[in-house]
Design a protein around this ligand. Structure first.
Ligand code: ADP
Ligand code: MG
Length: 586
């Protein structure tokens, strides 16, 4: 969020509204507030994490029915009703998330549709829940003796909840965990290779969004003082999704924008259309659908990007200070055996990408890995970082078998990598992209992040990211969107991100590709510096001239096998290498 609609304007409007609006509009605003809470959960889940749920209305229902039952049947306080609702929702979302997200991301939309439908029918058919006539007589909430039973009192409670939820979401997105959540949308493999537990994080975001919906349900029940199944059906689930998407699903205020537009639109259509088209038939549903399609078409990316352009300003771009540096791990002694690749094979169906490959790396040098396209170099990186399982053979890092470990565990041991095709969050800043690399060097979960309790950790991570960006020569680009950088700079950013992990072994996949001559020289100087600091580097590179002055040793692969291993000088006149590269027999 480089610039955003100054939230103060929005907050002032919300505070002033009760003075200006009639009772009718206050009630409408209450509905908008409730919908905003649900849509905010979807902004995080769908907009930021890229996971789609049609079932949020069912979580709203769970929150509403839970409090309705315990307050009317057992006479409990509404506050206990809130606790019961949130607990039930968390349990349901955990179970659903666990089942659906373990299968794959595609199952979540389907699973949430099934969930939405079944909960709706459960509400409508359980005698205990009043069947289709619902549960009346729900008491109002009271807070320190203040009974919240009028439209405008509820207005303050609802909008206070909305503002607090927005604040928590903003804090969350602006933290280490928030950065990790952003990677869920298409960059999970990269994130795993820097230690992010993406599977767990998806479930956590799903539960978080469900809890926001459940909170809205609780407020709803004590606002209407009555619940029935109809507001919690699958249609409502789809409406919430529209709100998040139309508002601008990557922006937290987009939840409010989307909830406002859709709620007002529906209400006005209900008033206006009968005058125009007569009272027969539910034309508003059809017209509403067409308008939603039109809005989606005209505002791809949602309304918020529009609003942000109209009201620029917002966030200050501060350069993090490197005052408190992160502790570094000791580098291994020079010549310690760092990595052993032992008769490793990897096949993809009929393709043997790597076959019976063996080599060892010692600590403290730069080793080149070359070979024609398709030789298997990147596959070696994927095997060594746990992104792919080996078909056969073993890999040892500092004497420990790692070929069965996941990427996260390998990242923790101290292997960091860059990707041949830069794997960056294009619309996030260079600083934030680099900071993902430092994920394992910080701590603090979602709750701490929402409450802004981990600012010291976050400051250190950002300081580290700024420092590593300086080191690779991107100090002037900290706040530039990664996608706006030229390819060469994106590769340098990949290196900075890997350095943020404080690696013992750095695997660089074609870092010099796309760099101009001077940039290559700067990169070579950087790699020498890193080597002098004790970092060991395995470097895939095509440019032999680049490697000549840099690598102590060069490995040559062809068709998944090692065909030569020696000094750059010796490699250049090796007959097998000449044949592989030039197609000439020695
Ligand atoms: P290099 O990096 O040396 O150019 P790669 O390791 O990318 O080579 O690829 C080696 C071979 O394995 C190629 O034939 C490539 O098509 C194949 N390959 C690599 N990754 C995959 C994959 N995920 N699925 C199927 N085939 C793959
Ligand atoms: Mg490659």
């Amino acid at each position: 969020m480089k610039a955003r609609l100054p939230p103060t304007i929005a907050i002032a409007t919300i505070a002033a509204a009760p003075l200006l609006l009639s009772d009718y509009y206050i009630i409408l605003m209450n509905y908008i507030g409730l919908a905003s809470l649900v849509a905010l959960g979807l902004v995080l889940l769908t907009g930021v994490a890229g996971l789609t749920s049609f079932g949020q209305a069912a979580f709203v229902g769970l929150g509403a029915y839970a409090t309705a039952v315990v307050t009317t049947r057992y006479g409990w306080s509404p506050w206990l009703g809130l606790a019961v609702g949130l607990a039930l929702t968390a349990t349901a979302a955990l179970l659903l998330g666990f089942i659906m997200l373990r299968l794959s991301d595609q199952y979540l939309p389907l699973g949430t549709i099934a969930w939405g439908i079944s909960i709706y029918f459960a509400f409508g058919n359980l005698v205990f829940l009043g069947e289709h006539s619902g549960i009346p007589g729900i008491p109002p909430i009271s807070l320190f003796g203040w009974i919240i039973d009028t439209g405008w009192r509820l207005y303050f409670v609802i909008w206070l909840a909305v503002l607090l939820a927005l604040l928590a979401a903003r804090n969350l997105l602006d933290s280490r965990i928030g950065r990790a959540i952003r990677t869920l949308n298409g960059h999970a493999r990269m994130a795993e290779s820097f230690g992010v537990d993406t599977g767990r994080l998806k479930i956590i975001v799903f539960v978080y969004s469900a809890l926001l919906a459940s909170l809205a349900g609780w407020l709803y029940a004590h606002f209407l003082r009555y619940v029935s199944p109809s507001p919690f059906g699958i249609n409502a689930g789809i409406d919430y999704l529209f709100m998040a998407v139309i508002g601008g699903s990557g922006h937290i205020w987009g939840a409010v924008a989307g909830a406002s537009i859709l709620t007002l639109l529906k209400e006005w259509l209900k008033d206006v259309l009968p005058h125009l088209l007569g009272h027969n038939g539910n034309y508003e549903i059809i017209v509403f659908g067409l308008l939603v399609v039109f809005l989606l078409h005209r505002t791809s990316g949602g309304l918020m990007p529009f609003l942000v352009r109209m009201f620029p300003g917002g966030q200050r771009l501060v350069r993090p200070t490197a005052a408190a540096l992160l502790p570094q791990r000791p580098q291994p002694a020079r010549d310690e055996t760092l990595l052993v690749i032992d008769r490793v094979s990897k096949s993809f169906g009929a393709v043997d990408a790597v076959s019976e490959l063996s080599f060892e790396l010692k600590a403290g040098g730069i080793v080149g890995l070359i070979g024609p396209n398709g030789a298997g170099k990147s596959t070696v990186f994927n095997l060594a970082t746990g992104l792919l399982p080996v078909t056969a053979g073993s890999i040892l890092f500092r004497g420990q078998r790692i070929e069965r470990l996941g990427s996260r565990e390998i990242a923790e041991l101290g292997i960091a990598r860059t990707f041949q095709h830069p794997n960056l969050l294009a619309d996030r800043s260079a600083l934030e992209n680099a900071a993902i690399g430092a994920h394992l060097r910080g701590e603090g979960g979602l709750i701490a992040a929402s409450l802004r309790l981990e600012r010291a950790v976050e400051a250190r991570l950002r300081g580290e990211a700024a420092q590593q960006l300086d080191r690779v020569g991107l100090g002037a680009n900290l706040h530039d969107a990664a996608g706006s950088l030229p390819l060469g700079s994106q590769r340098l950013l990949e290196i900075a991100r890997a350095l943020c992990a404080d690696p013992l072994l750095l695997l660089l996949d074609e870092p010099a590709a796309g760099l101009r001559h001077l940039e290559k020289q700067a990169l070579a100087a950087l790699l020498r510096d890193l080597r002098d600091d004790g970092v060991s580097i395995l470097l895939v590179e095509h440019d032999m001239n680049f490697l000549m002055g840099l690598a102590d040793r060069v490995l040559v692969m062809e068709f998944g096998r090692l065909i030569a291993d020696g000094s750059p000088h010796a490699i250049q006149s090796d007959p097998a290498v000449l044949e592989a590269y030039l197609g000439v027999a020695a």
